[in-house]
Design a protein around this ligand. Structure first.
Ligand SMILES: *[C@@H]1O[C@H](CO)[C@@H](O)[C@H](O)[C@H]1NC(C)=O
Ligand SMILES: *[C@@H]1O[C@H](CO)[C@@H](O)[C@H](O)[C@H]1NC(C)=O
Ligand SMILES: *[C@@H]1O[C@H](CO)[C@@H](O)[C@H](O)[C@H]1NC(C)=O
Ligand SMILES: *[C@@H]1O[C@H](CO)[C@@H](O)[C@H](O)[C@H]1NC(C)=O
Ligand SMILES: *[C@@H]1O[C@H](CO)[C@@H](O)[C@H](O)[C@H]1NC(C)=O
Ligand SMILES: *[C@@H]1O[C@H](CO)[C@@H](O)[C@H](O)[C@H]1NC(C)=O
Ligand SMILES: *[C@@H]1O[C@H](CO)[C@@H](O)[C@H](O)[C@H]1NC(C)=O
Ligand SMILES: *[C@@H]1O[C@H](CO)[C@@H](O)[C@H](O)[C@H]1NC(C)=O
Ligand SMILES: *[C@@H]1O[C@H](CO)[C@@H](O)[C@H](O)[C@H]1NC(C)=O
Ligand SMILES: *[C@@H]1O[C@H](CO)[C@@H](O)[C@H](O)[C@H]1NC(C)=O
Ligand SMILES: *[C@@H]1O[C@H](CO)[C@@H](O)[C@H](O)[C@H]1NC(C)=O
Ligand SMILES: *[C@@H]1O[C@H](CO)[C@@H](O)[C@H](O)[C@H]1NC(C)=O
Length: 579
């Protein structure tokens, strides 16, 4: 008997409506001279001279072909964030996990199908901090077009809103400096909406710094909101307008009414907004950064980004209305939004598996460890190794294989993990402690060492994972992203997860849990997720704050082949870059 979540996806995704197409793009990565924050800047890695990069628009079932032409002086890879990559694990993109990088002056063509998913995803560089400028939207419409959206009203138009961060610096150098000094990256100089910070920064003669979203009265818009920021979750409001959330991370949700959208790095939200303003006026859209850190708080920039929603017929010089302010530390609002979403259950659509093969309890957070020999601060005359910031999952701080080694997927495919990774990522933390108590922040509990550990999964096994944030260094809401899969979020809460009190059926939503590829684990709290390992390959799971990923907040799932060629890792593409 087939369980409902394993029915062929075709039952839900009516593949017959329109012929699958090949959607082809060329991404030239190179210089873009830009005026930002009243300064002239050179972006060394911009795609096709644009910030954000081009939007890829497909229908469910289409094939995407992207020719990456690396005209920048840096190694480059691109990740198709949220795309399952079933049958195309070599195209996933994280540097040294599924591929070696595309070197300066070299090209590589990514080819993959977008099957069994609809909604808003995105693409970004997956190496160093280069995704600060190498990012764009990937919009997947139903095969039957907008008429097939499950919710109503059907939108008149659609609008991509990419939230980002901007540094008055070369982000590659920023990452190198942070790494060499063992420091965390400082906060962005500004936040952006579709690449622009907004009119708090228009006090100079520079070109337009404010994104304008033109609307017509009584029309409904589908906003495709993507948090592409490196390190900062966002609250988004539009003065005098509210939203109906209809999807998150390219999975439909039960329509959810709200006047604020909360979106952590890596996440997307699709929301309907009716242009029902009382007058054809001008209204600010405001993105407010969420500072979830409690305890040893890192430096934070509280500035907001602003765009303007402008009605046809509005007086161009009218001062826009502002929405009510959002506190930067408004955890209650973030939790209300993020925990209240539920999935829209549709016939034939996979839903949460009810039996579990593997249970994992994984602590997530910051800590510290010994400096690495390559780091300048490690260059002491007396041979001591100073402690630096580090981060870990179950106290294992993840290190990518060295350049020169094959990628992890190549090593897996060759059946030769030796010297590249080990299969001993633990299912439990090595020490059980009061994870969220201030008193736990001791040198001993914070100490972590570097390794490249994976958890091996049999094809098709069901995994339940408790993600438990710690209070080591600081409590923070870590946005945990899993490549290659969506997972169901069964429950979330604050404090220490209590296995006894959270017995299945008590706190878990096993009816219509939200489906995501990135969960913002509540600050000083926990989340429980489930997924079916039905996609062979090497799949990165990591914090989507780049500052934390760099410090080791990640691990990799090694999913073994199934019984058939279709359920096995195919040979690498012939043009896959070599290390
Ligand atoms: C890109 O800009 C950098 C920094 O200004 C410059 O050194 C480099 O020559 C430029 N590259 C190209 C291809 O124009
Ligand atoms: C992608 O779709 C094409 C066209 O439908 C098909 O020929 C190809 O086998 C698919 N590739 C994978 C990896 O599923
Ligand atoms: C990369 O692609 C560009 C544009 O198609 C082409 O001009 C160039 O020769 C290619 N470079 C390599 C190394 O293949
Ligand atoms: C670490 O970074 C912070 C924030 O950018 C900065 O204030 C501090 O001086 C840096 N410390 C070191 C040792 O570089
Ligand atoms: C413009 O305003 C911003 C924000 O108030 C400020 O940080 C910046 O220094 C100002 N720039 C100029 C050129 O006055
Ligand atoms: C918008 O809808 C309202 C209420 O139905 C109607 O009175 C008004 O004329 C409409 N405005 C436009 C521009 O269609
Ligand atoms: C818009 O919102 C502002 C602030 O919340 C409020 O003061 C104002 O009355 C509202 N205007 C309209 C036309 O609804
Ligand atoms: C949030 O910040 C405000 C202003 O800085 C402060 O008064 C308040 O106590 C903070 N709230 C929490 C929950 O930390
Ligand atoms: C979910 O939303 C409802 C109102 O729609 C609210 O009463 C409830 O507190 C919210 N849940 C959480 C966990 O905030
Ligand atoms: C360490 O110090 C030595 C001697 O001063 C110097 O030659 C070397 O470049 C330094 N290494 C690093 C990584 O800073
Ligand atoms: C995966 O598991 C499902 C349910 O247990 C089963 O129906 C299916 O045949 C399995 N697939 C393979 C290839 O083992
Ligand atoms: C770029 O990648 C190659 C191959 O993996 C590696 O040897 C080289 O050190 C990398 N270059 C930089 C600047 O990281």
């Amino acid at each position: 008997m087939a369980w409902p979540w394993l029915l062929p996806l075709g039952l839900f995704f009516a593949a017959s409506v329109a012929q699958a197409a090949v959607v082809e793009h060329t991404f030239n990565v190179g210089n873009l001279s830009i005026s930002q924050l009243c300064e002239q800047a050179m972006i060394i890695t911009a795609v096709n001279g644009r910030l954000p990069g081009p939007t890829i628009k497909v229908r469910e079932g289409d094939t995407v072909v992207v020719h990456l032409v690396n005209e920048s002086p840096y190694n480059m890879t691109i990740h198709w964030h949220g795309v399952f990559q079933r049958g195309s694990p070599w195209a996933d993109g994280p540097s040294m996990v599924t591929q070696c990088p595309v070197k300066p002056g070299c090209n590589y063509t990514y080819r993959f199908n977008v099957t069994g998913q609809e909604g808003t995803l995105w693409w970004h560089a997956h190496i160093s901090f280069l995704r600060a400028t190498v990012y764009g939207a990937l919009v997947i419409r139903p095969r039957g077009g907008a008429a097939s959206y499950p919710s109503s009203p059907k939108p008149h138009r659609e609008e991509v809103l990419l939230l980002g961060e901007w540094w008055n610096a070369n982000v590659y150098d920023l990452e190198r400096t942070a790494f060499l000094s063992g420091n965390v990256t400082g906060p962005a100089n500004a936040y952006t909406i579709n690449g622009k910070p907004g009119d708090p920064y228009s006090n100079c003669s520079a070109a337009d710094q404010t994104y304008k979203f033109h609307v017509r009265r009584n029309e409904t818009y589908l906003l495709r909101i993507i948090n592409a920021a490196l390190n900062t979750p966002m609250f988004l409001r539009v003065a005098n307008h509210s939203f109906t959330v209809v999807a998150a991370d390219a999975a439909y949700t039960t329509p959810y009414e709200t006047d604020v959208v909360v979106v952590a790095p890596g996440q997307t939200v699709d929301a309907l907004m009716a242009a029902a303003g009382a007058a054809p006026g001008r209204y600010y859209m405001v993105a407010t950064p969420y500072d979830s850190a409690v305890g040893g708080t890192p430096p934070f920039n509280p500035a907001t980004a602003r765009a303007v929603v402008e009605y046809a017929g509005a007086a161009g010089d009218e001062t826009p209305q502002l929405p009510p302010p959002t506190q930067n530390n408004d955890t209650a609002t973030a939790f209300r939004f993020l925990s209240n979403l539920t999935a829209l259950v549709l016939p034939g659509k996979p839903t949460v598996p009810l039996s579990v093969d593997t249970r994992m309890f994984v602590t997530v957070g910051l800590g510290n460890g010994d400096c690495q020999p390559k780091q300048t601060l490690c260059n002491t005359t007396d041979g001591t190794r100073p402690r630096i910031f580090s981060s870990s999952m179950n106290n294992a701080s993840f290190l990518l294989p060295d350049a020169g080694s094959p990628s992890m997927l190549q090593a897996h495919y060759d059946g030769n993990a030796s010297g590249v990774y080990t299969r001993d990522f633990p299912d439990r933390p090595p020490v059980i402690f009061d994870y969220t108590a201030d008193a736990s922040d001791t040198d001993e509990l914070k100490y972590t060492t570097k390794s490249t550990k994976v958890r091996t999964l049999r094809y098709n096994e069901t995994v339940e994972m408790v993600l438990q944030n710690t209070r080591l260094i600081a409590k923070e809401s870590h946005p945990m992203h899993l490549h290659g899969f969506n997972f169901f979020v069964l429950a979330q809460g604050f404090g220490n997860y209590d296995e006894a009190a959270a017995a299945p059926g008590f706190k878990f939503n096993l009816v219509n849990p939200q489906e995501r590829n990135t969960v913002a684990v509540p600050t000083g709290g926990w989340a429980v997720i489930r997924f079916v390992a039905n996609n062979p390959g090497m799949w990165f799971m990591h914090c989507h704050f780049d500052a934390h990923l760099d410090l080791g907040l990640g691990m990799v799932f090694e999913v073994q082949d199934g019984p058939t060629a279709e359920t096995s890792v195919p040979p690498p593409p012939l043009d896959l870059p070599h290390c």
